[in-house]
Design a protein. Structure first.
Length: 186
């Protein structure tokens, strides 16, 4: 089988589909002329099913990678017939800025405790259809905040469901003046 082929983040599935086609032909040869003819008739319809199965496997694998990279992510997108991988690294930690004196610097706000039903690490996958004009706006908003679209949408849904309590991470609000700590804890 050909090695992993990926150019500019796009993986070429053709070598894997071709390999499966060859394996099917070899297996059909053992069954004689009738089996060989059946394998040839099935090859074309099975190509799209094979690609879909490979895409599902890659998507599940990238879900696992994303869980390990959190808050970074790896998204799998379809470009033509082939998957494209979009890697969003975790945001760089902000440098620690020591306060001038404890009397002149207000204490950093303590973030509220997470709700009882906070993220337990379990992930669920949904298909989400968004009008093109909203998709572009969501991509721009995510890019402006240094987030993947997926991470931005997760935060937007969380904010909507939590009544705005989690809208702004500590140290990023208007009143924080850049003071405080930000980051992620596992």
């Amino acid at each position: 089988m050909a090695p992993f082929v990926c150019h500019d983040g796009v993986m070429d599935l053709t070598p894997y589909v071709d390999n499966l086609r060859q394996e099917l032909a070899v297996a059909a040869d053992a069954g004689g002329d009738e089996a060989r003819a059946l394998a040839e008739r099935l090859t074309a319809p099975l190509e799209s099913a094979t690609r879909l199965t490979l895409l599902n496997a890659l998507s599940a694998a990238m879900g696992e990678v994303t869980r390990e990279l959190a808050p970074g992510s790896v998204d799998v997108r379809l470009r033509g017939l082939d998957p494209e991988f979009v890697v969003t690294p975790p945001p760089a930690p902000e440098p620690f800025q020591e306060a001038q004196t404890s009397a002149t610097a207000p204490a950093a706000p303590t973030p509220p405790p997470p709700p009882a039903d906070a993220d337990d690490g379990a992930m669920a996958r949904i298909n989400f259809r968004l009008p093109a004009h909203l998709k572009g706006r969501a991509e721009n908003a995510a890019a402006a905040e240094g987030l993947s679209v997926n991470a931005w949408l997760v935060r937007a849904v969380s904010t909507a469901l939590d009544g705005g309590e989690r809208a702004t991470p500590p140290g990023r609000g208007k009143d924080s003046g850049g003071r405080g700590f930000t980051g992620w804890v596992r």
